[in-house]
Design a protein around this ligand. Structure first.
Ligand code: TTP
Ligand code: MG
Length: 404
């Protein structure tokens, strides 16, 4: 089935927002950035681009190219508010929106639009709504995949709407320089040029084996697929979590090793539960320790195998705490445990041999999760975590679970 993918990119975003806020700037060369020797240009209006001013250019160069430009230093808070509202407009068109930056996103319209023509109609409506509600223009590319959609959105800026079907690939894509292919940076481009390969078309004129001698075999296959206009990357709605962690600050510094160990166990339980909830496994465990005098350590180690279970996390955390941290006799004010190197749990189940013992632990953990979900967090807890008079739970001043 052919997909219908949109790539939307706002035109001269920061500058356009400033012009909207102050219409007297309309039609003037406007540069957003800090002037002076160390400043760089964030962006500029299309009027300033006529003078050669570009994003990331040193401000002194921009001043020389366009001495009459109006300069503004930029208001991030305002731009991100506008960005949020534009995202909401996109999400009204389809729930499958992948934001790429503050002013750019991919949308998968396959569920709403039967073909690229219908996709273009949806794109026109999106542009109109953004114009009406935000008085801003966007450029949109409509294509069967992300690579072509992104290429298309750039073809008729500003205020563009460009359809790029596979049939247009020979005319629109093949004459372009190799740098326009996703994954070709300056180094790869230089190597390709050195081998006489400078246009996209040239990559299809040589056979894949010769290309593989210039770049790696996998890169060769990747580049030739893109050159044919093929790209099957999905539009991902949510950026996957890179790490999950939990930390607690204690009202009174912890000194009792047993209390500290129980705190680690509680954090390992919490983080493992968060992993299972998101159907993820982790390959690395971290701890964060702050002593009463505000010295802070963070230490990490790679786990023997990816996991979503508390036991291996606790083992790793204990090792780190024992071997990699020297409290120097001070008490623990803050204790955190986190994981990173996250992957979907299915990737491990499919590829790794799971020992029976671990499988049983995983089942147990799943049952616990289920009961907690139904009856609340206190329904099941490990014997060691049950509050007892002679083993008081340390008082927690603040807790900070975090996913980022
Ligand atoms: P872009 O979409 O790259 O640029 P733009 O929207 O200003 O212009 P275009 O019409 O070509 O899309 O980036 C979006 C915003 O991100 C831009 O308005 C300012 C900011 N930005 C920087 O601050 N520094 C940079 O180097 C770039 C490229 C962008
Ligand atoms: Mg833009």
């Amino acid at each position: 089935m052919q997909r219908v993918i949109l790539h939307l990119d706002m035109d001269a975003f920061y500058a356009a927002v400033e012009v909207r806020e102050d219409p007297s700037l309309t039609g003037k060369p406007l540069i957003i950035g800090h002037r002076g020797r160390r400043g760089v240009v964030s962006t500029c209006s299309y009027e300033a681009r006529k003078f050669g001013v570009r994003s990331a250019m040193p401000s002194v160069t921009a001043e020389r190219l366009c001495p009459d430009a109006v300069w503004l230093s930029g208001r991030m808070g305002l731009y991100s508010e506008v960005s949020k509202r534009i995202r909401a407009i996109m999400r009204d068109a389809t729930p499958v929106v992948e934001p790429i930056s503050i002013d750019e996103a991919f949308l998968d319209m396959t569920g709403q639009s039967h073909d690229l023509r219908e996709g273009a109609a949806a794109a026109r409506q999106l542009k109109q709504r953004i114009k009406r509600e935000e008085q801003l223009t966007a450029s949109v590319g409509v294509a069967p995949n992300k690579f072509l959609a992104k290429l298309a959105s750039d073809m008729d800026k500003p205020d563009g709407l460009t359809l790029l079907p596979l049939t247009a690939v020979p005319v629109k894509l093949w004459p372009l320089p190799v740098e326009r292919l996703w994954g070709v940076g300056p180094k790869t481009a230089e190597r390709l040029r050195g081998a006489g390969l400078s246009t996209v078309k040239s990559l299809l004129d040589v056979d894949e084996r010769s290309l593989a001698q210039v770049v790696s075999p996998s890169m060769a296959a990747h580049l030739r697929a893109l050159a044919r206009g093929e790209d099957d990357r999905p539009v991902c709605t949510e950026r996957e979590a890179k790490s999950i962690s939990e930390e607690r600050t204690y009202g009174e510094d912890l000194t009792d090793p047993d209390v500290i160990d129980r705190a680690l166990l509680a954090r390992a339980e919490g983080v493992a539960r968060a992993l299972r909830k998101q159907k993820l496994i982790a390959t690395t465990v971290h701890i964060k320790v702050r002593t009463g005098d505000f010295t802070t350590w963070t230490r990490a180690l790679k786990l023997p195998a990816p996991t979503a279970l508390p036991e291996p996390l606790l083992e790793g955390a204990r090792t780190l705490f024992r071997e990699r941290i020297d409290l120097g006799g001070k008490g623990v004010r803050l204790l955190g445990l986190g994981v990173s190197g996250l992957a979907p749990e299915t990737s491990a189940q499919a590829t790794l041999f799971v020992p029976a013992e671990e499988e049983a632990a995983r089942r147990r953990a799943q049952v616990t999760d289920l009961i907690r979900e139904k009856l609340g967090d206190q329904a099941i807890t490990r014997a060691r975590l049950v509050k007892k008079k002679d083993r008081p739970e340390p008082e927690e001043a603040s807790s900070l679970p975090s996913v980022d």
